[in-house]
Design a protein around this ligand. Structure first.
Ligand SMILES: Nc1ncnc2c1ncn2[C@@H]1O[C@H](COP(=O)(O)OP(=O)(O)OP(=O)(O)O)[C@@H](O)[C@H]1O
Length: 439
C-alpha cells in the first residue's frame, strides 16, 4: 500500500499567497553583476519579484548566475548596477553586516563553525544582536526542537559529531535564530543522500507552513524545485528568466524546448507527484453498511446512477466492493452477503497521498477503483484510473486556456513575473543605482 508521510503541495495558488504574513517581498530591479574587469555579465539586467511568504526556487545550469543572484540579496556580492528592495527598504540602505543579521542564509554542508558546539553555532546572530543569555538559551532549544533535534542530546555536540542531515538541520536552525523574514538557501540539501534529502525537504515544507518566510532556494535538482517551489524561476546564462511560474505551469505549459529539457520527459508523472489525491473529483460511490437492507442499497445505486457500492464496517473501514449485478437477485441485509471477517480490500490509498501513489495502487490491484482512507483507515472516497487521467488532462486544458488568454491580451504565453499585473511596471526603466564594490 502506498504511504505518504507528508501532504503533497497543491500547485501554488497566487491568490493564496496574500494570506501569508511571515515574510517580506524581495524585488530585484534591473540588477547586473560583472566581476572585476570581466566583459561577461554573471547576472544581466535581472528584474524579478519574490513574493512575501513564498518559496521561490532558482533553477538553471551551472554558471548561469543563481548563486550570484542570491548572494546579491544579502550583499555578500554587490551588484554592479541595479537595485534590490527587501520589503520597503533598499538593501543598500543598511550596512551589509547589519543586513545579514536579518537574512537567514543556509549553504551546502551547513557551513557550521567546527570549533563551536551546536548551541554556540545557533547562538551566533542572537549574540551579535546582544540578546540576554537566558533568551538565547531558550531560543536555541526552541530552534532545535523546531528542526527535530532533541536539545538535551544535541546542544553540546560539535558539528563533527553530527550526520550530514543533522548538520543541515542545525544550519537551518542557525539561519532562523533571529527570526528573519527572509531565508536564502543555496543548494542546502545538495550533499545529502536521497532519503535524508527528501526528509529535509518535507521538514522545510512543514516549517514553512508554520513560519511563512520569504525563501529563495537554489538547486540543480528539478524534482526538488517542483516539490518545494511555490514558483520556480528557470534561468539561462546571466540569470535570464526563461519562465517564472508555479510547478503546474512549468510542467504543463513549458515556455520552450529549454524548459522542457530541464523538466525532462516525464511531465505528467511529475505532475502526479505534485497533486494530492484529495484534489480530484470523488467517484460516485454508494456507501453500504452490513446492517443495510440489500433492497435499500439497490435503490440508492439506481437513484444515484452509481455502479458501485463500498461496504464499510462499523468503523467506516472498507470491506469490499459490491454492485448492481451481485445485489440483483439477493435479499436480506448486506451482512447476508459479506461478513466483517471476510478478506478485506488489501489496497487502499491514504488521503494525504499523491496522485502518483494512487496510480501505483491502481496498477497493483485487481479492481479499477481504490478506496481513499484517512488516518484511522476510515473510507473518505475513491479514485479510478479514468479520474486520474481526466484530472491531468484538465490541468493541461487549463494551461492551454491561460496561454490562449495571455496571447489574446498581447502578453507572453507563459509567466515571466511573479505578479503579472506588475509586468509592465517592472519592465519600465528604473533609475540604476551606482556601481557597488566588486565582491
Ligand atoms: N568571484 C567571482 N569572480 C569572477 N567570476 C565569478 C565569481 N563568482 C562567480 N563568477 C562567475 O559568474 C558566473 C555565475 O556564477 P554563479 O556561481 O552565480 O553560477 P551558478 O548558477 O550559481 O553556478 P553553480 O550552479 O555551478 O553553482 C560564472 O560564470 C562564474 O564563473
Amino acid at each position: 500500500m502506498p504511504e505518504s508521510t507528508t501532504a503533497p503541495r497543491t500547485p501554488a495558488d497566487p491568490a493564496a499567497s496574500g494570506d501569508r504574513a511571515g515574510g517580506v517581498p524581495i524585488r530585484l530591479i534591473e540588477v547586473t553583476k560583472r566581476f572585476g574587469a570581466s566583459a561577461e555579465t554573471a547576472v544581466d539586467n535581472l528584474t524579478m519579484t519574490i513574493p512575501a511568504g513564498e518559496i521561490v526556487v532558482l533553477l538553471g545550469p551551472s554558471g548561469c548566475g543563481k548563486t550570484t543572484t542570491m548572494r546579491m540579496i544579502n550583499r555578500l556580492i554587490e551588484p554592479t548596477t541595479g537595485r534590490i528592495m527587501i520589503g520597503d527598504s533598499d538593501a543598500k540602505a543598511q550596512r551589509p553586516d547589519e543586513l545579514r543579521r536579518h537574512i537567514g542564509y543556509v549553504i551546502q554542508q551547513a557551513g557550521l563553525f567546527p570549533h563551536m558546539t551546536v548551541a554556540q553555532n545557533i547562538a551566533q546572530v542572537p549574540m551579535m544582536l546582544g540578546w540576554a543569555k537566558q533568551r538565547i538559551t531558550e531560543r536555541v532549544d526552541e530552534l532545535l526542537n523546531l528542526v527535530g533535534l532533541d536539545p538535551a542530546e544535541y546542544r553540546t555536540r560539535y558539528p563533527r559529531q553530527l550526520s550530514g542531515g543533522q548538520q543541515q538541520r542545525v544550519g537551518v536552525a542557525r539561519a532562523l535564530a533571529a527570526d528573519p523574514q527572509v531565508l536564502l538557501m543555496d543548494e542546502p540539501f545538495g550533499a545529502l543522500d536521497p532519503i535524508t534529502r527528501e526528509n529535509l525537504q518535507d521538514e522545510l515544507l512543514r516549517l514553512q507552513r508554520e513560519l511563512s518566510k520569504t525563501i529563495v532556494f537554489v538547486t540543480h535538482d528539478v524534482d526538488e524545485a517542483l516539490k518545494l517551489g511555490d514558483r520556480i524561476a528557470i534561468l539561462d546564462t546571466g540569470s535570464t528568466i526563461v519562465q517564472y511560474a508555479p510547478a503546474e505551469e512549468i510542467l504543463t505549459n513549458p515556455a520552450n524546448a529549454y524548459v522542457e529539457q530541464f523538466v525532462g520527459g516525464e511531465s505528467s508523472m511529475r505532475l502526479l507527484k505534485l497533486t494530492p489525491v484529495a484534489s480530484i473529483t470523488p467517484e460516485n460511490v454508494v456507501r453500504a453498511r452490513l446492517e443495510d437492507s440489500i433492497s435499500d442499497v439497490r435503490h440508492r445505486l439506481t437513484e444515484s446512477a452509481a455502479d458501485r457500492a463500498i461496504v464499510l464496517d462499523e468503523l467506516d473501514r472498507p470491506l469490499r466492493w459490491t454492485g448492481p449485478a451481485e445485489l440483483a437477485t439477493a435479499s436480506g441485509t448486506i451482512a447476508d452477503l459479506i461478513s466483517a471477517d471476510d478478506d478485506r480490500l488489501s489496497t487502499v490509498v491514504p488521503a494525504d497521498a499523491t496522485l502518483r501513489e494512487a496510480m501505483e495502487a491502481l496498477l497493483n490491484c485487481p479492481e479499477d477503483i481504490v478506496p481513499i482512507v484517512d488516518g484511522s483507515r476510515a473510507y473518505t472516497g475513491a479514485v479510478t484510473l479514468a479520474a486520474v487521467q481526466h484530472h491531468v488532462s484538465d490541468l493541461y486544458e487549463r494551461q492551454k486556456e491561460l496561454r490562449r488568454q495571455r496571447l489574446a491580451a498581447g502578453k507572453s504565453p507563459v509567466s515571466l513575473a511573479a505578479e503579472p499585473e506588475d509586468e509592465e511596471e517592472q519592465a519600465a526603466p528604473e533609475e540604476a543605482v551606482g556601481a557597488g564594490e566588486v565582491a
